[in-house]
Ligand binder design. Structure first.
Ligand SMILES: Nc1ncnc2c1ncn2[C@@H]1O[C@H](COP(=O)(O)OP(=O)(O)OP(=O)(O)O)[C@@H](O)[C@H]1O
Length: 312
């Protein structure tokens, strides 16, 4: 059980008689950005609390860096940064005091802790609020501070519970970029979310959870391997593009919807379509402005799998 950074076996949690997490077998390889994706109430936070030792499983095993959680919690936490969903408790501290204090708790010397607090405040974009009390911050600002706290000590593994929930759109884009660059440094990142587009942008691995059960898990590119057959297309001359599409026997349907062409292709002839359509456009001097599957591949998997889950 040690080829994975996080591995659980039959992880299960009951609250009273309610089964919240059921026989979860998570496998998180080193260096991936693992999106833990599921609807509200699926059991993501409960799972994360068990992974970080905040909650005891009813039964099942958890290994992080090959060590058992919660038995080896102190040792594991030295290399694990955790960003909880709930806001920070130390409401009367300033951001600077809070991050310095957290640095001290994680074993940094006083000067190191102060330096690291300053650096992290800049990194997460709250530098100018350094002397503001936590209780004076907006929920998005608090979330940035919690993210900074998770990064103290440069941990090898980050576990982030809905880290973008309170961020504005720009903050989300900025955050996604940070996750991607942290992954490039070789960190393993486990991040829960219920937003498919966000997971697609920052994760290369995914675990789908619904009603406490893991429905699918793996590298996103492998899970979504099947090619799509319905596309959104935008060109500089949609009318002529449509004329071409309507002549092709392998195009089952094509129509214009709010300025975008929708094309449904016979999946057996996708190669021809991919070859001939761009060739025709360029021969006619028509520019291709957009070409993408109509449904995002991960969304499609989610819909398929979750329907199966509900039918059981
Ligand atoms: N301490 C508790 N006692 C009883 N039930 C609980 C407790 N904590 C969570 N639950 C229930 O467990 C279920 C899963 O909750 P959890 O917070 O793990 O879901 P989640 O996937 O993180 O949802 P969200 O996306 O809304 O944060 C919910 O139905 C919730 O009501």
């Amino acid at each position: 059980m040690s080829t994975y950074i996080i591995e659980t076996r039959d992880l299960t949690k009951f609250f009273g008689k309610r089964n919240i997490v059921y026989h979860l077998n998570l496998k998180v390889p080193k260096g991936v950005v693992y999106g833990f994706l599921g609807p509200n109430g699926a059991g993501k936070t409960t799972t994360i609390k068990m992974l970080t030792g905040a909650l005891r499983p009813t039964y099942g095993e958890i290994r992080i860096f090959g060590m058992e959680m919660p038995q080896k919690r102190v040792e594991i936490m030295k290399s694990l940064g955790y960003m909880p969903e709930a806001p920070i408790a130390y409401e009367d501290m300033t951001i600077f005091e809070f991050l310095t204090y957290m640095g001290r708790l994680s074993g940094l010397e006083k000067d190191e802790a102060r330096e690291s607090a300053k650096e992290l405040m800049r990194y997460v974009g709250v530098g100018r609020l350094a002397l503001n009390k936590i209780k004076e911050l907006s929920s998005g600002q608090k979330q940035r501070v919690t993210f900074a706290a998770a990064l103290i000590g440069n941990p090898e593994l980050l576990i982030l519970d809905e880290p973008t929930a309170n961020l504005d759109p720009l903050g989300r884009i900025e955050f996604t970029g940070k996750i991607v660059s942290l992954a490039k440094e070789g960190k393993t990142i486990f991040v829960s979310s219920h937003i498919v587009s966000e997971v697609e942008k920052m994760c290369n691995y995914v675990g789908l959870i619904n009603q406490g059960r893991l429905i699918a898990q793996g590298r996103i590119s492998e899970l979504t391997g099947v090619e799509e057959s319905e596309y959104d297309v935008l060109t500089s001359d949609n009318a002529r593009a449509l004329e071409f599409l309507r002549e092709k026997p392998y195009v089952r349907e094509s129509w214009e919807e709010e300025g975008t062409l929708r094309v449904r292709v016979d999946p057996r002839f996708l190669d021809e379509f991919f070859l001939q359509f761009p060739r025709y456009l360029s021969s006619q001097g028509i520019r291709l402005k957009l070409f993408k599957p109509h449904t995002s591949p991960l969304e499609r998997i989610l819909m398929e799998k979750f329907n199966v889950g509900e039918a059981e």
